[in-house]
Design a protein around this ligand. Structure first.
Ligand SMILES: C[S@@+](CC[C@H](N)C(=O)[O-])C[C@H]1O[C@@H](n2cnc3c(N)ncnc32)[C@H](O)[C@@H]1O
Length: 274
């Protein structure tokens, strides 16, 4: 089995930074290495050098490379209890303060998290008070999110999450069947814009009441997690809420003292200091 040297990875990371201005140097090394190994095998390159060669001379390959290097696994209503807390505590709290709601899904993948949120808001009768921006580094996945489809093989898991969340109906109310996939009711996306945005670049582009950045920082090393948390903190209004993945933690980060823990199991935090 082909083994990848750190020097090979370094060369690849430098090329990508120089030519495409994407910086993967602070991604968690072991999972990044696994992804590169997968790409080498999938595209039958004989070495990382061959991959570097392809990226050097074939810029159209770069989008594919980003799609393969990032992990896009997602589900609707992932961790159902998290969504119950959003519905019963967090969103009513925000709306009681200023009657409108701005949301950022940072690292939204193919959109399942966004569809879940719009269903939640619709069932609460507050969707028209909300505005949502959903971003990801991967252009192909953002395009899929805009198409708003869910593959048939995932619908069972999504439906069972929705049931555990105790949604008002059954999930099929929001989809129409179409060959190998289900089409999400796009009317529910009328207050959502999807955009490409790279968390590594650290650009603040707006302020939000609620940020979901779930299962994204798990692929970053401690340095990058710290930097991204500064960006997320800066992008939140004071007393806004930050939600990260259930296996992630904020407590090791420099900026932890500017948040309080609202729910430790579901990793929901509130910004209390500028
Ligand atoms: C595992 S998915 C998480 C999707 C969703 N938030 C969830 O929890 O189900 C991680 C997503 O983060 C995105 N991502 C990775 N690096 C990123 C970066 N630097 N900026 C923005 N998004 C990034 C990936 O493209 C991928 O779609």
């Amino acid at each position: 089995m082909y083994d990848i040297e750190i020097a090979d990875l370094r060369k690849l990371i430098e090329l990508v930074k120089e030519k495409y201005d994407y910086d993967f140097k602070n991604y968690a090394m072991s999972s990044f290495k696994r992804r590169i190994k997968r790409i080498v095998e999938l595209y039958k390159f004989d070495s990382v050098d061959a991959l570097v060669e392809r990226l050097t001379h074939n810029p159209t390959f770069f989008d594919e490379f980003v799609s393969e290097v990032t992990v896009n696994v997602t589900e609707m209503f992932r961790d159902p209890n998290f969504w119950t807390i959003l519905r019963d505590e967090i969103i009513p709290n925000i709306l009681s303060n200023h009657n409108k709601l701005s949301i950022w899904h940072a690292g939204c993948s193919s959109g399942e998290e966004v569809f879940s949120m719009q269903i939640l808001l619709e069932e609460m009768g507050v969707r028209d008070k909300s505005h949502t921006i959903a971003t990801d580094i991967d252009s192909a996945i953002i395009n899929r999110a805009k198409e708003a489809t869910v593959s048939k093989k995932n619908i069972e898991l999504n439906s069972s999450n929705y049931e555990r969340y105790q949604g008002k109906y059954t999930l099929d109310k929001y989809f129409t069947e179409d060959k190998e996939k289900y089409n999400f009711n796009k009317q529910l996306l009328s207050n959502v814009s999807f955009r490409k945005h790279d968390l590594v670049k650290g650009q603040v582009f707006s302020k939000f009441d609620l940020i979901l950045c779930r299962n994204v920082m798990i692929y970053f090393n401690q340095t990058l997690q710290n930097d991204v948390l500064y960006l997320l903190h800066e992008s939140l209004f004071k007393y806004g809420f930050l939600c990260i993945g259930s296996k992630e933690s904020l407590i090791w980060c420099d900026i932890a003292n500017k948040f309080i823990v609202i729910n430790n199991e579901e990793k929901i935090y509130k910004k209390v200091k500028e």
